[in-house]
Ligand binder design. Sequence first.
Ligand SMILES: NC(=O)c1ccc[n+]([C@@H]2O[C@H](COP(=O)([O-])OP(=O)(O)OC[C@H]3O[C@@H](n4cnc5c(N)ncnc54)[C@H](O)[C@@H]3O)[C@@H](O)[C@H]2O)c1
Length: 438
Amino acid sequence: MKIAVVGTGYVGLVTGTCFAETGNQVTCIDIDKKKVDKLASGQITIYEPGLEKLFLRNQKEERLTFTTNLEEGIKEAAIIFLALPTPPGEDGSADLKYVLGVARDLGKILTEYVVIVDKSTVPVGTAEKVHAAVAENYKGEFDIVSNPEFLREGVAVEDFMKPDRVVIGTVSERARKVMTELYAPFVRSGNPLIFMDERSAELTKYAANSFLATKISFMNEVAQLCERLGADVDMVRRGIGSDDRIGKRFLFPGIGYGGSCFPKDVQALVKSAHEAGYEFQILNAVMDVNEKQKLHLIPKIRKYFNGDLTGKHFSIWGLAFKPNTDDIREAPALYMIDALLAEGATVSVFDPEAMPNVKTLFGDKVHFAENQYEALSGAHALIIATEWNEFRQPDFLRIVKELKHKAIFDGRNLFDLEAIKSLGFHYESIGRDAVNLK
Ligand SMILES: NC(=O)c1ccc[n+]([C@@H]2O[C@H](COP(=O)([O-])OP(=O)(O)OC[C@H]3O[C@@H](n4cnc5c(N)ncnc54)[C@H](O)[C@@H]3O)[C@@H](O)[C@H]2O)c1
């Protein structure tokens, strides 16, 4: 099948590459010329485990091409995916200007039947708006499908190739056939293709992300309670997670959720609900808890240093909003860096993948270290913001050697309390006892 993907960011590049991998002829289109030139010359633009290998193979076999030219890119395509940004507008609702802009452009150049698929996360009613935008200039036949994407950054290729489910919102029999054929290789093991109307598909995506964000904020509140009542959140997590009705995943407390999806999607659903005359009370609390949680470690650090961080130097391990990605959108580490700098402290950081992105934000306001141990040099304490695997079993003797104080503030609960206690660290984490308090 000939497929076009408009928007070649995290979702567009993974989508295009994975569809090429099953034998389709894919053209990815983007307005960012630098990005397209880079991709066309065989250089990948994002870090995503397993993606580069597929990207290079499919490009070599000429199933995956890149262009900035929409008209050229959609030529003869049976399906056009829209993987465009839907950032929050000033009022928190999803801004549809990119999606509707491309829909209008498509209307000017379409010549035959095509299925236009919304893969961006969009509010309920967008499929109708996209339909109207295309129809402003194109009077031929076409269908709009809502096919929200559930991939997780860091495991995006695996999620795309073996999805738990594929949600397809369309009432058109013709579009349904095309989508069924396209996704057949991805659901061979029996995971469902779930068909529904466009509105339900659009809401499914927001409901899924908002529910997961709710689980995280819920556990962060349980963690707050644990700290006050002397309970251990890891025990509570295991205790409740083994109940099938609750499930083990997304119960890890920390310094809040970030990324390009949860913060904006929760906010957009609250806004959509409000516009529909309903106040989504739980989600307002979810957002509130998350905002506070991002800075949960700061008062602990301040207290340890007797209320004054002026002139103190901190090492931060982890910048990406989660491991195995270089994505720093809404990453809690960034909020912590801002807070520490505002209190007169200085900061050295290390992240295996996300440092170039952070450099564009902070420039020389922070020191970017060569490796996790160099980041410790001269630091008064270590702060852990992202749970990269390589931080889980560090060389504690090197940490002791480099740090001025034997103090670790861990936003991701990486270390065993008994082990860290015996090493003599002052250690504070989330929802667990502080160890070796001064
Ligand atoms: N990132 C994720 O994990 C994820 C997961 C599921 C869904 N989503 C949703 O998918 C959508 C895309 O997200 P993303 O993370 O891939 O965004 P992104 O910002 O990484 O990529 C979007 C791309 O679209 C391009 N673009 C903008 N206007 C364009 C135009 N007129 N023509 C062609 N290209 C244009 C940009 O240059 C950029 O490369 C969003 O709605 C997001 O909420 C994201």
